[in-house]
Design a protein around this ligand. Structure first.
Ligand code: NIG
Ligand code: FE
Length: 414
């Protein structure tokens, strides 16, 4: 299969073959004006200025971008899109004044989603998740991490992970799977948190590993959830099965999440709304990718992760959506990029890199995804004609994404 995109107004996100970008490198968003992009067998084969367009052979499908921009698909390295129903009742409680932590303490929140998930069959759960998959693909996402964590007992965690595997197998999205048994203490273990941690280690992990259902292990390491010591135990146990950590840390309080992440060489530590200068120092000497979830701060009306400060300190940084029914019912990565600019003071180029190449790194996928380097998977979108790349976060609700290509083929959906 050969595909040629012609008449591209701005081709952005080229190069950057593998690396994660740190500090000042994050402002390097390489672009070409008046360009073409050539794809062979689902991978980027060449790009260049339109004047240099090679002679087009007969077996090449030609798509005219009509002056629009072409960018690498977003990589969303933190989502919980497999869930049952919705939680707009809690949204209204929050408007009335309850905090996310208070709702969780009353037995709502994550446990509310676990109750609903328990009632759904695997097929129904898959059907609900696939609507969200279709939605995020149309909004420009090409690679995604999906967590379990609304099962909270062996059977329901397996149900979630099997649904994630089915999404992996049936969509053109690149999917990685993250086991988050330690999202909250399951109802059957109420008041017995350390026994629940033992249950995850002794029963859930071996069963999941046996079916090869997870690529990563996650823990909600925060005040009112799991402690730093429990997180360390869980990450060490996961490592025995070859699962690298990607953890939730420093969202509600400074809770030692960054420290454990760095110590255990986690692939990423996500949230960071409450992180402090000590955390920034720790991350300077590690390969763990700090990941901000600006949609969560927006929806919960909480502080944003100190993105500007992290980049100025020389850190790498990724952005992800956190799409979930409680704290962020949105997988719109373009909106997350706008929020990163408006609320975290990232420059547009930095925010786009954070949502593409660096979020690919945060899934261990930057060899193949996150930029339009020759040899990488041809996941990209075409926009309406736009005056500059800065227009993308500026036009923060304008649906400029017109056509989406995954593995070098146009996505048309059902
Ligand atoms: O990343 N912080 C923990 N977990 C999710 C929210 C899950 C939920 O409320 O359902 C998050 O924000
Ligand atoms: Fe999350």
């Amino acid at each position: 299969m050969k595909l040629l995109i012609t008449n591209i107004g701005i081709l952005a996100g080229i190069g950057h073959d593998k690396r994660c970008l740190r500090g000042a490198e994050m402002s390097q968003l390489y672009t070409l004006e008046n360009a073409y992009l050539y794809v062979e067998n689902g991978r980027v084969a060449a790009y260049g200025r339109s004047e240099a367009l090679p002679k087009v052979e007969e077996d090449v499908l030609v798509v005219d971008a009509q002056g629009g921009a072409v960018l690498p698909s977003f990589c969303d390295s933190h989502t919980h899109i497999v869930y049952a129903g919705s939680r707009e009742g809690e949204f209204v409680d929050k408007i009335r004044g309850l905090s996310y932590a208070e709702i969780a303490k009353r037995g709502g929140g994550i446990l509310n989603s676990a109750d609903r998930l328990h009632e759904l069959s695997e097929d129904e759960l898959y059907a609900q998740a696939m609507k969200r998959v279709d939605e995020v693909i149309r909004k420009g996402t090409g690679a995604i991490e999906i967590k379990s964590g609304y099962g909270l007992n062996l059977e329901d965690e397996l149900k979630m992970l099997r649904v994630i595997r089915r999404i992996k197998e049936t969509t053109p999205l690149k999917v990685v799977s993250n086991f988050l048994g330690a999202h909250a203490v399951g109802r059957a273990y109420a008041g017995r948190q350390s026994e629940y941690v033992d249950h995850i280690i002794n029963d859930m992990l071996p069963a999941i590993a046996k079916e090869n259902l997870a690529d990563f292990i996650d823990v909600f390491c925060d005040e009112g959830f799991f402690t730093a010591d429990e997180t360390r135990r869980l990450l060490q146990a996961g490592a025995k099965y070859g699962l690298r950590g990607k953890i939730h840390g420093e969202e509600l309080a400074v809770s030692g999440g960054v420290e454990v992440a760095v110590e255990c060489n986690a692939l990423s530590v996500d949230h960071l709304e409450a992180m402090d200068d000590h955390d920034i120092d720790l991350l300077k000497h590690s390969d763990t990718m700090p990941t901000a979830l600006p949609g969560t701060s927006f929806f919960l009306n909480m502080p944003f992760a100190p993105g500007r400060k992290m980049i100025d300190a020389g850190l790498a940084m990724a952005i992800a959506s956190d799409y979930n029914p409680g704290s962020t019912p949105s997988g719109d990565m373009k909106f997350a990029v706008s929020l990163a600019c408006i609320k975290m003071r990232l420059m547009p180029a930095e925010a786009i890199n954070a949502a593409t190449i660096n979020s690919a790194c945060a899934m261990g996928l930057s060899e193949d995804y996150g930029s339009l380097a020759v040899g990488k998977v041809a996941n990209f979108y075409i926009t309406d004609p736009i005056p500059s790349i800065d227009f993308i976060p500026y036009a923060y609700t304008t649906p400029i994404i017109r056509r989406v290509f995954l593995r070098g083929e146009e996505y048309v959906g059902e």
